[in-house]
Design a protein around this ligand. Sequence first.
Ligand code: RFL
Ligand code: PHB
Length: 389
Amino acid sequence: MHTQVAIIGAGPAGLLLGHLLKAEGIDCVVIERQTPDYVLSRIRAGVLEQVTVGLMERLGLDARLKAEGLIEEGFNLADGERLIRIDVEKFTGKTVWVYGQTEITKDLMDAAPERGLEVIYGAEDVALHDIESDAPSVTFRRDGREERLTARFIAGCDGFHGPSRKAIPASVGREYERVYPFGWLGILADVPPCHDELIYANHERGFALASMRSKTRSRYYIDVPLTEKIEDWSDDRLWDELAVRLGPEAAANMTRGPAIEKSIAPLRSYVFEPMRHGSLLLCGDAAHIVPPTGAKGLNLAASDVHYSAAALCGYFKHADNDAVAAYSGKALARVWKCERFSWSLTKLMHRFPDDGPFERAMQVAELDYIASSDAAQASIAENYVGLPV
Ligand code: RFL
Ligand code: PHB
């Protein structure tokens, strides 16, 4: 089998890139290890920036997003009794959207057959070959048979644990990493949200986030030590903890219900440089991870796809060899700014086990400053709504 671009991974990055390349008449095949149902069962992001919505619009796949998504004009930072509202719309003239990653992925998956985007699910033992040459290939097993897909480029969209990043020799790559001493315990439930905007809360018992997927489906998180087991968190215990951490007003409006999904995700900041080596381009979680505070992960995957699609179009349609060479630098400039924002919001809103009175005083001073300064609120709003691509 031969194609122009072999895409590894059918998460949001891989499917978005596949559709964008197809729309430009560039041949590609997406290779995914899991089944479609498994991919759709992963409950992850919920907040979309303009870059992500813009790509769905460009593909003409935004109808359900526009019909079912919720426009969010602002969000809230809670610190004990006080609620600081960041008016994103006022400061930036733009909004974000609440629409689940699962729904985006479903829209992209459903549109693949009619647009001729080939996605191979259930591919085992995916391996990359000859990435330093102009004729790289991907081998995998399907239904017990070994197959090889040759291509001009490989796009590694296979998430943090996939094989693409590992195919780059250690001698040319550099890793930057911060692992946080807690994880987020999330619950998804078919109950109305406690507030019409997101609330990120810093409480003496720890962090909490009130988010949503729709007017009838809520998503909440608390931070927990990494030693916690999901079995120890009954729905009742989790709702009680959320009610305390989110404060009395949110608690009074909170509707409890059985969990549709409950899981613990570790928090990490991670960047791999460069994002291109030879004929391999990395996109999304394959190259970088942000802690979920600030909702940047999926949106960063979308901005990488924006840059990589443009680079590959430059190569195939305009004979522009420099476009691919420039990809890593362009993508990383935006990645690092989003890493900074996610890390700083994580530091501001979580109680770290090693923090003492000084670190807490710094949090209080920063929250005081944000509460009293339009400039500080504008800066947060600009980052939250999404930096330009
Ligand atoms: P994905 O979604 O991990 O997709 C990678 C795909 O590659 C496949 N794969 C392989 N395929 C073939 N062969 C192999 N050997 C393979 N190994 C892996 C996988 O099966 C998968 O289908 O990466 P992608 O496309 O880069 O997308 C990144 C986003 O998923 C991620 O950044 C976000 O979910 C992060 N995130 C959030 N981002 C936001 O923008 N807003 C949010 O509100 C938000 N909330 C979150 C989040 C992530 C969370 N968790 C669980 C990590 C909340 C949580 C709790
Ligand atoms: C979510 O709704 O899952 C969500 C929202 C905001 C975040 C992280 C996750 O910062």
